[in-house]
Design a protein around this ligand. Structure first.
Ligand SMILES: NC(=O)c1ccc[n+]([C@@H]2O[C@H](COP(=O)([O-])OP(=O)(O)OC[C@H]3O[C@@H](n4cnc5c(N)ncnc54)[C@H](O)[C@@H]3O)[C@@H](O)[C@H]2O)c1
Length: 243
């Protein structure tokens, strides 16, 4: 079964790849991003795609956009909560405003999204939600305290939503490892090569490889999977070097 999937943070990276992948599988796709570029990206995906500019941390934007999506493409029956911000700063130098903004976008944005889309999701029986977390939910890495806290929160929220809505809405999570998107542009090629060497597969993943996992979880092949977190990290989290 396909329907209308709303993907947040869809102007680039994993969100854009997911929109492209789901459109290819017959979903109507609504691409939401705070970057107006999302309109053009959606236009490139054909008539079954629309772009909407809005901020996931703003409940008013959610009301406006879900109303427009319902009118344009039909009720939202699938939600991919993917948008993020991060401020790589140790906690002793992070401002309360930065901490709060990261929680507002990464974690509360998912709350607003699920809450606003729930009527369409529940009517679909089952609606489908995929939340994009990170390996940072499970592993401590320097300088990303708020990001890691929000990503760990999202894995807990996944389980909670799965239990709450039972057979009405399947809710799953993906936890990507190093994936070559714009997030990596601030790093040097040497730093990127070091990260690649820390995976079992010896390379960074592509946005398409995460999109495939999201499409699996949102699709009918995952009909008996809910409350799960699927790690998509090229073996990053199982590789340790003790020498
Ligand atoms: N790239 C990686 O290595 C990696 C690793 C682990 C997890 N992830 C997760 O994958 C997801 C996608 O990451 P990416 O690398 O594709 O990121 P990206 O930076 O390429 O894209 C993120 C998108 O989110 C949008 N966005 C930011 N704030 C927003 C807001 N308030 N409202 C609406 N849109 C907003 C941005 O405009 C951007 O288009 C994120 O949840 C991220 O935490 C990525």
């Amino acid at each position: 079964m396909t329907g209308t999937a709303l993907i947040t943070g869809a102007a680039r990276g994993i969100g854009e790849a997911t929109a492209r992948c789901l459109a290819g599988q017959g979903w109507q796709v609504a691409l939401m991003d705070r970057d107006p570029e999302v309109i053009e990206v959606a236009a490139g995906l054909g008539s079954q795609a629309r772009g909407y500019t809005g901020d996931v941390s703003d409940p008013g934007d959610w009301e406006r956009i879900v109303g427009a999506v319902t009118a344009d493409l039909g009720p939202v029956t699938g939600l991919v909560s993917n948008a993020l911000i991060t401020d790589p700063t140790p906690i002793d130098r992070m401002t309360p405003e930065s901490w709060q903004r990261q929680l507002d976008v990464n974690l509360t944005g998912t709350f607003h999204g699920v809450r606003t889309c729930l009527p369409g999701l529940r009517a679909a029986r089952p609606g489908r939600v995929v939340i994009v977390s990170s390996v940072h939910a499970f592993f401590g890495l320097p300088d990303v305290p708020a990001y890691a806290a929000t990503k760990a929160g999202l894995t807990g929220l996944t389980r909670q939503l799965a239990v709450q809505y039972g057979s009405g809405v399947r809710v799953n999570c993906v936890a990507p490892g190093p994936i070559r998107t714009a997030q990596w542009d601030r790093l040097t090629e040497d730093e990127i090569a070091r990260s690649a060497a820390e995976t079992t597969l010896g390379r960074l993943g592509s946005p398409d490889e995460v999109a495939a996992a999201i499409a699996f979880l949102i699709g009918d092949d995952a009909s008996f999977i809910t409350g799960a977190t699927l790690t998509v990290d090229g073996g990053w989290s199982v590789t340790k070097n003790s020498s």
